[in-house]
Design a protein around this ligand. Sequence first.
Ligand SMILES: Nc1nc2c(c(=O)[nH]1)N[C@H]1C(S)=C(S)[C@@H](COP(=O)(O)OP(=O)(O)OC[C@H]3O[C@@H](n4cnc5c(=O)[nH]c(N)nc54)[C@H](O)[C@@H]3O)O[C@H]1N2
Ligand SMILES: Nc1nc2c(c(=O)[nH]1)N[C@H]1C(S)=C(S)[C@@H](COP(=O)(O)OP(=O)(O)OC[C@H]3O[C@@H](n4cnc5c(=O)[nH]c(N)nc54)[C@H](O)[C@@H]3O)O[C@H]1N2
Ligand code: SF4
Ligand SMILES: [Mo]
Length: 709
Amino acid sequence: MKTALRTCPLCETSCGLRLTLDDAGSVLRVEGDQDDPFSKGFICPKGAALGQLDEDPDRLTRPLVRVDGELRPASWEEAFAEVHRGLGEIMAAHGRDAVALYFGNPTFHTMAGFLYRQPLTQTLGSRNVYSAGTIDQMPKHVASGLMFGDPMAVAVPDLDRTDYMLILGANPVESNGSLCVAPNFKGRLRALQERGGKVVVVDPRRTRTAELADEHLFIRPGTDAYLLFGIVHTLFAEGLTSLDMEVTGLPELRSLASDFTPEVVERACGVPAATTVRLAREIAAAPSASVYARIGTCTAEFGSTAQWLVDVINALTGNLDRAGGVMFAKTAGLEIFRSGQPFATGAWHSRVRGLPEVLGEIPVATMADEIETPGEGQVRALLTVGGNPALSAPGAPRLARALSGLDFMVCVDPYLNETTRHANVILPPPRILQSPHFDFLVQIIMVRNYARFSPPVLPLGQDQRSEASILAKLLLILSGQGPDVGPEVAEEMLLGQLLAAAPGLRDGLDGADGTENILDALLKLGSYGLSLDAMRQAPHGLDLGPLQPRLEEILCTASGKVDLAPAVLAADVSRLLDRLRDPAPEMVLIGRRHLRSNNSWMHNVPSLVGGSNRCTLHVHPRDVARFGLGDRARVKSAAGEVEVSVEATETVMPGVVSLPHGWGHEDSGQAVARSNPGVNANALTDELVVDPVSGNAVFNGVPVQVLPV
Ligand SMILES: Nc1nc2c(c(=O)[nH]1)N[C@H]1C(S)=C(S)[C@@H](COP(=O)(O)OP(=O)(O)OC[C@H]3O[C@@H](n4cnc5c(=O)[nH]c(N)nc54)[C@H](O)[C@@H]3O)O[C@H]1N2
Ligand SMILES: Nc1nc2c(c(=O)[nH]1)N[C@H]1C(S)=C(S)[C@@H](COP(=O)(O)OP(=O)(O)OC[C@H]3O[C@@H](n4cnc5c(=O)[nH]c(N)nc54)[C@H](O)[C@@H]3O)O[C@H]1N2
Ligand code: SF4
Ligand SMILES: [Mo]
């Protein structure tokens, strides 16, 4: 038996784990690491299932290459040679824009995903770069970029010190938190209440977070921007602002907010006018307060407006960049990547729908258009890394059909699933326990500064490649160096770029491989003067202290001040006003997450599915009666139709139905998932509807019809 410490890599929360393994390397037990200064022993059911995920028999152990229409096991040499041939032919015949990239959610967590994403993108030089960002949090980056200059400057609630928290469209008790990394989120909310604070949740469902809160407000889906504007309106109208920094755009903001009286807000959102006024007064009066809004508000038609107004309220009430309000974390290895250049969008536009580039990407919502529409720049090949857009993208069935029509597709993914089944080559990363872990990006959004490094627990087998070396090989192929050059050439290239200004550091690097050397270099160049060695000395993780005010270091708008009314966002307010004239749809669809789920890829672990984690349609009993629903219902939208089991529940508000995403596994190579496939919520979401400012997909507030079967 052997004990190993490591960070759970499954979600943003980054819990420290203590694993017990047998001599063969099988996980016997997973516990929370009590000595981790940040997670302090917290673990969720997914972390507890890490061993089953790690040893999932459906995990691919060898590359697959399509021969005569069929995916067959191949050697790594054969697989890379085929990638070289396939991508090479397309780039030679049609140029680099004909090859698209898609980076999925796990690439935000894996070391390889972080280290190789930019290099792969830059080396390919295609306009067709996509990521899970535009089906998730792009509105937050846009709002932060426009207000603070830096799209990665995400203000996170100072959860452990705040006295008041307004949570919109997030269910951290089940999701464990997002863009706000806080292991044991629930315990931290309870502590907030125990120190006399208040938690208010705004959600069309009475979630587990809402149950815990002091107050829960139902809101008509897709209308959070109105409620937030109503709060801003009240702060001005009642003289409740206590702005304590230099800003631009204050008069413009006041004028924009003037139309959104609490009465207008009530008509749009269903939140009583008196409640909006009270919320504004409470936030202003609290010793410290933080407004926090996630998926329910980001993946909505006015996502960018909502994210902007969240930080407007934080700023107007003196809660931006101060203890107990919302603050900016200080990462151990990423500060050198801050460009200091003011953020802008639209360096190019998507070919078919003219949607603006944001953060070097175009929206996933237009990927199918770019594949299907002939002409110069048409996408003919796709490389996905850790993504399952055939389930997770809006209008997913259309995208899945488009994937099947590609000339060539390469997937770096451990599973044969709804997306990778269309591939010509699948390159599987090794098991979780064979991979190193260091959360680079997640450090940006932690409620306390913290770092922890986990070396691989188990060695690679002879026939395995680390994910970093797989991506390094792809980088070399894209850069024209062919399939036979070793990955260390790419690693040296990355190190050379990183150490261009500090070449003296090169000799002292003491990583076990190129990836560890890059980490060592980043830590040594980083804010805390850390090193890989310091991380090894602290296997339970290093507490780097509470968040500190640091807006001055981060701010890089053209004016050098926080912009409260960025022109791009101000210009979009007329759309919000125009929408007031449209009648509200009779029924709308929203999503939900279950504690034992994680997007599309954890339905293959028996202990994580079943019980209450089922793909059912939540419908209010009144609507069940109104539509005469039985056990099953047909749900129709402008984009498509599904038939699904009905679960009557008063936790969802009347006029709203909720369906979880990530299901629809009938074509999966994951046996457990295939036996309990569920339906794909994204057969109903409409890829033609986006938040136009960020290009983000709209998953919440989708107009639907619900019919008996
Ligand atoms: N257990 C579990 N954890 C996860 C994941 C998972 O799939 N399962 N996924 C991970 C990922 S990728 C992410 S991005 C995070 C997301 O983390 P969260 O943002 O906390 O995600 P959800 O749990 O989906 O919570 C969104 C809430 O918004 C509500 N909602 C829907 N529409 C609206 C609306 O218009 N207005 C308002 N105010 N609320 C609305 C929904 O009812 C839901 O309760 O979770 C991460 N963690
Ligand atoms: N209707 C609706 N749709 C949604 C959402 C919603 O709330 N409602 N949420 C959206 C959100 S927030 C997100 S983040 C997206 C997620 O969208 P995606 O990132 O496209 O989907 P995931 O389901 O996270 O798929 C992850 C993929 O990575 C693979 N994988 C797992 N571990 C590794 C690894 O270590 N390395 C590599 N290379 N691959 C790995 C899995 O096998 C799987 O294929 O879905 C979005 N879609
Ligand atoms: S909350 Fe669960 S899945 Fe997320 S890091 Fe912690 S143990 Fe892992
Ligand atoms: Mo996400």
